[in-house]
Ligand binder design. Structure first.
Ligand code: 3H9
Length: 655
């Protein structure tokens, strides 16, 4: 069976009278120009050769087709365009079947939709994640998907950008079958179709949908859009599919795609996409051998420790939790089991997997149980004496090659490491709460951390499905240092005349889910107050200091939990409190500040500048390796809107 080459990335061979066309364009078989050209040639060849009954399209390697080549966006278009390829597939005189071996995303999913049949392998997945890149599908996805699965399901899939596994795809009607040998099944399907009329997706009449269900699906998408244009456009286009002809729908989709592709929102989200793929890459670690991690020890099974335990269990690790007493160990185990139950209830975890996780979990009050652990993460009270004493004790218990990780937020991990016999095996793993949900982990490269320890910690975080960002030692690491600068600037503006609610409104209009003062109230004001009191003696007396938060705490206003903080919550809703306004005015008066007015624009400019300046300092101090890492920390740990690209990207875009 000899292969015919249609382009540098597309080849074909005949099996059972069917031309099997393979796209081989590593790393993800994106639809680069030579893929599009190769596909068109392959179709032409199959039509021209009389002995060919049909065509099967598949991908080489782990991916079917990962979508359009994002790196081509912004470059001059090269013929044929992807919509033209889809048109050729759909209108081909011979049956075309997709044998979906792996991820079929974006343009890849659109190829499958344009085919006359779709067979998924067990590793396949389907999705139109374009809204996550600030765009809409641009090769027929918004018009063909509703024809196959209906308007409501299409709004959900395209509006959220989520990916579905083969079983859900089959239930939805997106595919025709699932098969372990997807290629042979697809070939058989193509042969079977050769004698009958072809089912062209574009020709299918969209099933009438219940208007209230359409409305509800659209509302759900828009509620999460927070100022982004793409989700609303995606919903509009899916709705249009049942109101206009295929040609009109495709033309409108294409125009919208091109307009959004050139928007600042799409540029920001592309920056985030590539930043995520860069994060955690460290030149000096290239090719280094990793330490083996099978068993993870977790000291402290409170909220943070339990969250980390769930992340490690669901990633397949054996977990040994350590508590101080047998009663606390039982409680810790219950807490972890409770989080696993919640994951099952919300559909994030299969019931059987929860049981497997529990079988790999042990929570004990005997530190000796950590002897088998390859990596021990401490998640105990953030106190230097407590942590150094613990690490010294662990030194005498764990294996000689075990890694010790601290989850401290504010302490200096170099000091914790220095207290141990082997500081080279100490690393920071700063998780964010709730640790089983939040993606960000700051991996702290301490003064003495050995390269293979850092590399193993990074690989461990990735295995947990986290987004690891490497960071040097500094108070608060990347995130909390920038957050402090941002908080300081917000408080300066309040003292100078802005109202807290005005600052929150500016942040929320920008895309933050909640303004900074509302976040304070949610988290509670007392922990930061205690820290400020501890630091009072060493604070630079010449540095500007705003006491408003201290005054609030002195009157027992600790945020939502006490019903009052920067706002009043006694009605159940966040409300402006005249008492707070009076307190702010009194502080201003005591300092002789004549309040001035601020525009939302000025507020955002100042907050962004404060974050970006602190970010620049972190880069100069070599605490952060790249400015895109800082953007990821703020997006994934502090709710900075991804569609603005992060504070470093946003401030460069403004400059
Ligand atoms: C689209 O399709 C628009 C159409 O509707 C209309 C067009 C007209 N392009 O993630 P990984 C690179 S929009 C270029 O670590 P994995 C990535 O940067 C697109 N490059 O692999 C990395 O490079 P490096 C809609 C891409 O195995 C390398 O591939 N599609 C693209 O963990 C490996 O990536 C999407 O949004 C791309 N499309 O996951 C899907 N994708 O090695 C985006 C990846 O230099 N992609 N790269 O750092 C993904 O979700 C994942 O990459 C995938 C593989 C699941 C495919």
């Amino acid at each position: 069976m000899s292969a015919t080459r249609f382009s540098e990335s597309v080849s074909g061979s005949i099996r059972d009278g069917v031309l099997v066309v393979t796209i081989d364009n590593p790393p993800v078989n994106a639809t680069s120009a030579h893929v599009r050209q190769g596909l068109v040639k392959a179709l032409g060849h199959a039509v021209a050769v009389g002995t060919v009954f049909g065509i099967v399209v598949t991908g080489a390697g782990r991916t079917f087709v990962g979508g359009a080549d994002i790196r081509e966006f912004g470059k001059p278009p090269v013929e044929p365009t992807l919509p033209e390829v889809m048109e050729r597939i759909e209108n081909c005189g011979k049956p075309v079947v997709a044998a979906v071996n792996g991820a079929a995303l974006g343009g890849g999913c659109e190829i499958a939709l344009a085919c006359h049949g779709r067979i998924a392998g067990e590793a396949a997945s389907f999705g139109l994640p374009e809204v996550k890149l600030g765009i809409v599908p641009g090769a027929g996805g918004t018009q063909r998907l509703p024809r196959l699965i209906g308007t409501v399901a299409a709004i959900d899939l395209i509006g959220s950008g989520r990916t579905v596994r083969p079983d859900e795809a089959l239930k939805l009607g997106l595919i025709d079958g699932i098969a372990a040998d997807h290629l042979s099944t697809a070939i058989a399907l193509a042969r079977g179709m050769a004698s009958g009329p072809l089912r062209r997706t574009g020709g299918i009449e969209i099933a009438p949908a219940d208007a209230s269900a359409v409305e509800a699906a659209a509302k759900k998408v828009l509620a999460k859009a927070r100022g982004q244009a793409a989700p609303a456009e995606a919903v509009r286009l899916v709705r249009l599919a049942s109101q206009a002809s295929l040609q009109q729908g495709l033309a409108e989709e294409r125009a919208t795609f091109l307009r959004l592709r050139d928007s600042s929102e799409a540029a920001a989200l592309r920056h985030v996409f590539f930043a995520e793929r860069q994060a955690g890459k460290v030149d000096k670690l290239e090719g280094i051998a990793l330490r083996k991690v099978e068993t993870t020890g977790i000291v402290g099974t409170g909220l943070m420790g339990a969250g980390i335990a769930v992340a490690a269990l669901t990633a397949g690790y054996r977990v040994v939790g350590l508590e101080q007493t047998p009663e606390a160990a039982t409680k810790g185990r219950d807490r972890i089991a409770g989080l696993l139950d919640k994951a099952v209830q919300s559909g994030r975890l299969a019931d059987a997997v929860r049981n497997e996780c529990l079988a790999r979990l042990e929570v004990a009050a005997d530190a000796g149980r950590l002897a088998t652990a390859n990596l021990v993460i401490e998640a105990v009270f953030d106190d230097l004496a407590v942590k150094t004493e613990l690490f010294q004790r662990l030194d005498g218990i764990v294996r000689p090659d075990a890694i010790l990780a601290t989850n401290t937020s504010y302490l200096n991990p170099d000091e914790i490491a220095a207290a141990t016999a082997h500081p080279e095996r100490v690393v920071g793993l700063h998780f964010f709460s709730p640790a089983n949900i939040m993606r960000l982990v700051e991996v702290v490269d301490c003064k003495a951390t050995a390269p293979d320890v850092l590399a193993t910690a990074l690989a461990f975080a990735k295995k947990l499905g986290k987004l690891p960002v490497v960071c040097g030692v500094t108070e608060g690491f990347i995130g909390n240092r920038i957050f402090s600068a941002y908080r300081r600037e917000a408080e300066f503006m309040v003292e100078d005349g802005a109202a807290p609610e005005q600052i929150d409104a500016a942040l929320e209009a920008y895309g933050f889910p909640m303004g900074i003062f509302s976040v304070y109230d949610m988290a509670g004001l007392e922990i930061a107050w205690a820290r400020r009191k501890r630091q009072a003696a060493t604070r630079d007396p010449n540095a500007r200091y705003v006491e408003i938060a201290d005054r609030l705490c002195e009157t027992g206003r600790f945020g939502r939990k006490t019903g009052k903080g920067w706002y009043d919550y006694s009605s159940g809703e966040r409300a402006i409190d005249p008492e707070v306004t009076a307190l702010i005015e009194a502080v201003r008066a005591s300092k002789g500040v004549a309040p001035r007015s601020f525009t939302s624009r000025e507020i955002m400019d100042r907050l962004l500048r404060a974050m970006a300046d602190e970010g620049k300092a972190l880069l100069e101090e070599k605490i952060a390796a790249r400015s895109s890492d800082i953007d990821l920390v703020m997006i994934n740990g502090y709710s900075f809107p991804a569609h603005k690209g992060g504070p470093m990207f946003a401030s460069e875009a403004v400059a």
